[in-house]
Write a protein that binds this ligand. Structure first.
Ligand code: FEO
Length: 392
């Protein structure tokens, strides 16, 4: 892809990663992704904002071949999908200085071995004149690393937000044209990397309220030329109470646990509670993470294997614990053959979740009438808790 104009002497650059299907060896990318860099040519100085993931470095370097000079490379975020090609850019433009937050500087030195002399650090709110264009740097910590910042181009009212408001979609569309598709992808993105930092995300959103933003140019996915809706969506994901929703991640070996999940889901729906169920043996964990953004209750379904939870259920508990959703209630259901510590082990894996644990339901072998009654009781208890907390 060639570089593309997005405003007067402001260009999208970067690489579209059509075939990538996994990020950080963890995050599924069903629609690929892009690594967006941007070039701003002021009347006196030229700046490159971020770079691309090193495996695609050549794509960016090709776009820079006809650029005579770069004075500054802004690094909004030290993670290598944006910073990894800075050393190559510095080789081509040795006079360029790297602009980062004071926190990012040692990280970039550690991660990329960029020499200390190449850096200029900027304080929160500091500005840089490119001649007829002005950059304002805003520190936005924990979006989603401690060193992150964004840049506001004052004359064009464009916010360069890096991971903030981004999503993983590979597309030839420069701007958002299908809001529904981008909403889904952005919510997945939020769930998988931003949700643990919802409190600081909310503070950073507040900080941005003072700015007149015409366009948000993130470093993955498309550019928001109608930025209000994505900012509203972030506000809701980060701060709104969870929904009247039970997320039911489960794994089953011989159908006993699956039968319980099926029964509980029906009982919940009868009691007016929405349900999303995920078979952990086949699910896309991005979809599960996205559902956790809204889940008031999580019920993990697991058989007992070798005295404890099935490893996929344990993985799910560890993932939920790391993502720190706003979930308020937790329970465990499942089957066992001769005993074990499934409930205690799963409960011990989620210390970060500030949840009330509701009575688990464990069935010996296939579900009996008494287990069905216990599941009915659990469904009623969940519905009641959701009502008491006014969750809709
Ligand atoms: Fe897109 Fe946190 O890197």
């Amino acid at each position: 892809m060639d570089k593309r104009r997005i405003a007067d002497r402001v260009y999208w650059m970067g690489a579209i990663d059509w075939d990538r299907r996994l990020f950080d060896s963890l995050v599924p990318l069903p629609d690929g992704t892009s690594y967006n860099a941007y070039l701003i040519a002021g009347s006196e100085k030229t700046v490159l904002l971020d770079t691309v993931d090193p495996p695609l470095a050549e794509k960016l370097m090709a776009q820079l071949t006809d650029i005579p000079r770069i004075d500054f490379v802004v690094s909004h975020h030290a993670e290598q999908d944006h910073s990894g090609t800075i050393p190559m850019v510095l080789e081509r433009f040795p006079q360029a200085k790297v602009i980062s937050t004071p926190k990012a500087k040692p990280m970039l030195i550690d991660l990329l071995k960029i020499p200390e002399s190449a850096f200029i650090t900027v304080e929160d709110g500091e500005t840089l004149s490119l001649g007829d264009k002005t950059l304002k740097f805003l520190h936005t910590p924990w979006v989603h690393w401690p060193e992150t910042m964004v840049t506001y181009l004052e004359e064009e009212r464009i916010l360069f937000s890096c991971d903030f408001f981004a999503c993983h979609i590979a597309t030839s569309d420069l701007f958002v044209i299908d809001q529904g598709r981008v909403y889904e992808a952005a919510k997945r993105f939020f769930a998988q990397i931003m949700m643990p930092f919802s409190a600081t995300i909310a503070k950073n959103l507040e900080k941005l309220q003072g700015y007149d933003i015409r366009m948000i140019a993130p470093s993955h996915g498309q550019i928001h030329d109608q930025p209000a809706w994505i900012m509203d969506a972030y506000r809701e994901w980060a701060t709104a109470p969870p929904r009247n929703l039970v997320v039911l991640p489960f794994v089953s070996m011989h159908a006993s646990t699956e039968q319980m999940v099926h029964y509980l889901a029906a009982a919940l729906v009868r009691n007016g509670v929405r349900v999303e169920r995920f078979n952990l043996a086949v699910t896309d964990t991005g979809k599960l993470a996205k559902a956790l953004v809204d889940a008031a209750t999580v019920v993990i379904g697991s058989p007992t294997v070798l005295g404890g939870p099935h490893p996929l259920a344990a993985y799910c508990a560890i993932l939920a614990n790391a993502l720190r959703p706003k979930t308020r209630f937790l329970s465990v259901i499942g089957s066992y053959g001769w005993g074990g510590r499934t409930v205690e082990t799963l409960a011990g894996l989620v210390p970060n979740l500030k949840v009330e644990v509701l009575d688990p339901v464990l069935s010996k072998g296939m579900m009996a009438e008494s287990d069905a009654q216990a599941l009915d009781k659990l469904a009623v208890a969940i519905a009641q808790k959701h009502k008491e907390h006014n969750l809709v």
